[in-house]
Design a protein around this ligand. Structure first.
Ligand code: SF4
Ligand code: SF4
Length: 365
């Protein structure tokens, strides 16, 4: 397992976590084994919000057994009164359900207490003024919630919540389908603005946990994918993990077979991690933009091309830490000898040698 560090708090978060949206497809014994095996494999980040109520007890039991080893995302605003997942901005039922989830975990704290799935201004206003926000802050103050977090698909809402300066983690939908097409209501915002938001998360030291990394499975199936071709789970996970601010990717699993598929990410070859095939699928009309995939490596001058570009994008939105990381690199954009290798290799059409000159000028200014 690989881990990344939560900027506010310093916890080590596994780069692959587990979502529970499909867990109702497994029986209780398999649910518990899935959690146990995931923990044995080093997975320590779990989202506790299945799409039906049925798996809640078994998940709670299994996560509770490993309570000190795992971080659990517990949401304020999810409801299971009808037996299926529901959603509310009303404080009373949201708070009752949140406290019920803690009981199911056999615990008195949530590692991450979530303002849950807010995509509209009016809903956010109700959360902020109707009791949920006050409750969340009070539980943060008394230690019931260790870190405040939020989930949204909406860039504007994410920015409103970021402006409160109160959050340590954001759950955001991220995958190539949402970035490169307008095919889903969950993929709101133009690709460049979505990337800018990720840079803003990183600048604000707010970690990102990724939901819907496979676009609900659409990207894994050529017949369903708007690109007409399928990507693999490993490619989608790598795509998300390469983005600024991202700490962990949480695919929803249906049980053990899905868990095993996810964990094969760590045995995959570099060629299997390479998602540059996406360039041939994404609309050519989009502006050429470095996605940090490193398909253009190796650079004969020894530059880490993806990393140089990522730090540059972050520095330009005011991330001082990224600027420091850039300066600590062994090779800098000014070391580029304009050989043109990366220009020829980049499937996304980035004129990287020109961009290296731009980056060098920026950092020397
Ligand atoms: S220049 Fe192109 S190939 Fe190289 S890291 Fe950026 S997007 Fe990938
Ligand atoms: S153009 Fe510059 S960055 Fe690109 S491969 Fe050549 S030396 Fe490396």
């Amino acid at each position: 397992m690989e881990y990344r560090i939560l900027p506010h708090g310093g916890e080590k978060i596994s780069v692959i976590g587990l979502g529970s949206a499909g867990m109702h497809n497994a029986d209780d014994a398999e649910i518990e084994r899935t959690v146990d095996e995931a923990v044995d494999a080093g997975v320590n980040h779990f989202d506790f919000i299945p799409s039906e109520a049925a798996p809640l007890a078994a998940m709670g039991r299994a996560l509770g057994r490993h309570r000190d080893q795992v971080h659990v995302q517990v949401h304020i605003g999810a409801l299971y009164a009808s037996g299926a997942y529901g959603w509310t901005t009303a404080a009373e039922p949201a708070i009752a359900e949140f406290e019920q989830r803690l009981k199911a975990l056999g615990t008195d704290y949530a590692d991450f207490g979530f303002i849950h799935c807010i995509d509209e201004d009016a809903d956010l206003d109700r959360v902020m003024n109707g009791g949920i926000w006050d409750y969340a802050q009070a539980r943060k103050a008394d230690g019931t919630i260790r870190h405040l977090a939020f989930s949204t698909h909406n860039l504007h809402i994410a920015r409103r919540l970021l402006a409160t300066d109160a959050f340590d983690l954001a759950m955001f939908s991220l995958n190539p389908l949402y970035d490169y097409t307008d095919e889903s209501e969950y993929g709101r915002g133009e690709a460049g603005d979505r990337m800018a938001l990720l840079c803003e998360f990183e600048r604000a030291s707010v970690g990102v946990s990724v939901m819907k990394p496979f676009a609900g499975g659409q990207l894994l199936d050529a017949a369903q994918s708007p690109f007409g071709r399928a990507l693999t789970r490993t490619q989608c996970i790598q795509y998300a993990l390469d983005k600024p601010g991202v700490l962990t990717v949480l695919p929803g699993v249906h049980g053990l077979a899905d868990l095993h598929d996810l964990l094969s990410y760590f045995d995959a070859t570099p060629a299997e991690h390479d998602y540059s095939a996406l360039a041939a699928m994404a609309p050519q009309s989009r502006e050429a933009r470095c996605v940090y995939c490193n398909h253009c490596q190796p650079c004969p001058a020894g530059l880490q091309i993806g990393l140089v570009n990522k730090y540059y994008d972050l520095a330009r939105v005011g991330d001082a830490l990224a600027e420091e990381h850039y300066r600590n690199l062994e090779k800098h954009a000014g070391d580029c000898v304009s050989c043109g290798h990366c220009d020829k290799r980049c499937p996304f059409g980035v004129a990287q040698s020109t961009r290296m000159a731009e980056i060098a000028a920026y950092f020397s200014a």
